[in-house]
Design a protein around this ligand. Sequence first.
Ligand SMILES: *Cc1c(COP(=O)(O)O)cnc(C)c1O
Length: 332
Amino acid sequence: MHLARFPRVRLAHLPTPLEPLPRLSEALGIDLWIKRDDCTGLAGGGNKTRKLEFLLGDALEQGADTLVTQGAVQSNHVRQTAAAAAAHGLKCDIILEARTGSTANDYLNNGNVLLDRLFGATLRTVPRDTDMVAELKTTAEEVRARGGRPYVIPGGGSNAIGALGYVDCAREIVVQADELDLPVDHIVTATGSAGTHAGLVAGLAVMGADIPVLGIGVRAPKARQEANVLKLAHQTAALLGRPDAVTPQMVVADCDYVGEGYGLVDEAVIEALKLAARTDAILLDPVYTGKAMKGLIALAKSGRFQGETVVFLHTGGAQGLFGYQGELEGAL
Ligand SMILES: *Cc1c(COP(=O)(O)O)cnc(C)c1O
C-alpha cells in the first residue's frame, strides 16, 4: 500500500486528533475515544474532505474545470465539494435531492445550503426518488455543451478513488493508537454512501491491522448496506493492488437505528446530540453522527462493548444542525 502513487490535492488538516472522551466514556461505561474528522478543516470539516483530496487530484489530472456532484439538500458532501472547487478555481454544478421531504425554510436555505451558495456553487433541486445517477449524466452533458470539462463525483464521493481517503485514515488511526499504546478493539462509524466504511475496511485489511469496524447505517437496510460496502471495499483493495485482502466477514453494518428514514430525527437522536454536547462538548449532526451515536449508546448500554476500547469516528456534519432548528427547538 503506497498512497503517494495516486494523484492527490491537499485539502485537509491532517492528521486529525485521536482523543479520549472521558465524560462520555463514564456515562456509557466503556473506554471511548474519538477520531476528529470533524476537524479536517475545509469548509468546517468532515469526512468528504479526505475523499476529495484523491477525487480532485484525479479531476485535475484529467484537466477538468467543473466538478459535478449530487446529494440530499443538507448534504455535507456537497458543501465540501463546493469548497474544494472554489479553492482550486473550478466551477461546481450541484443537483440536490429533496430526499427528506422537509419544506422548512432553514432546511432548504440554512446550514449546508447557505454555505454551498457562499462557495459559489450552482444548485438545482429535484424531487425525492429522482434517478440521481441519470441527473449527474445530464448535468455533465450540459457542462460539455457549454464548452466545459466536467468531472463527475458520485454521491458522497464514494467510489474507489474517494475511498482512498479512508484508507489513509485507517493508517492514521493505527499509527496514532500505536503511539498512544492504545489497543483498539472496535472502530464505530456512521455508514451511508459507503466510501468511509469501505475505505476503513480496505485500509485495515491491507495493513493486516485486524481491528473490526462497525458501521451504523443511516439509510439502507443491513443486507443492502453491507453489500454496498463490501463491493466498494473490494474495489478499493483492488486499486491498492490487493484484490483478495477484504473478506465478507470484515464488513458489518447495524442498520437498526435509522428510525423513520434518512435525515429524519427522532427523540433518541436528539438525546445522543445532547449527551455528546453536554459530556465532552462534542457537536454531532442530526443525519449521520447523531444516528451513529444513538446506535453506539444503545449498544453500549446492552453490554456490546463491555471491557473494550472503542474509537468513534466523528465524520463531521454539525453545519447541518442549522437546517434542523425546528426539530431541535423545544427538545433542548
Ligand atoms: C457523508 C457522511 C457520512 C457517511 O459517509 P459515507 O462515506 O457516505 O458512508 C457520515 N457522516 C457525515 C457527517 C457525512 O457527511
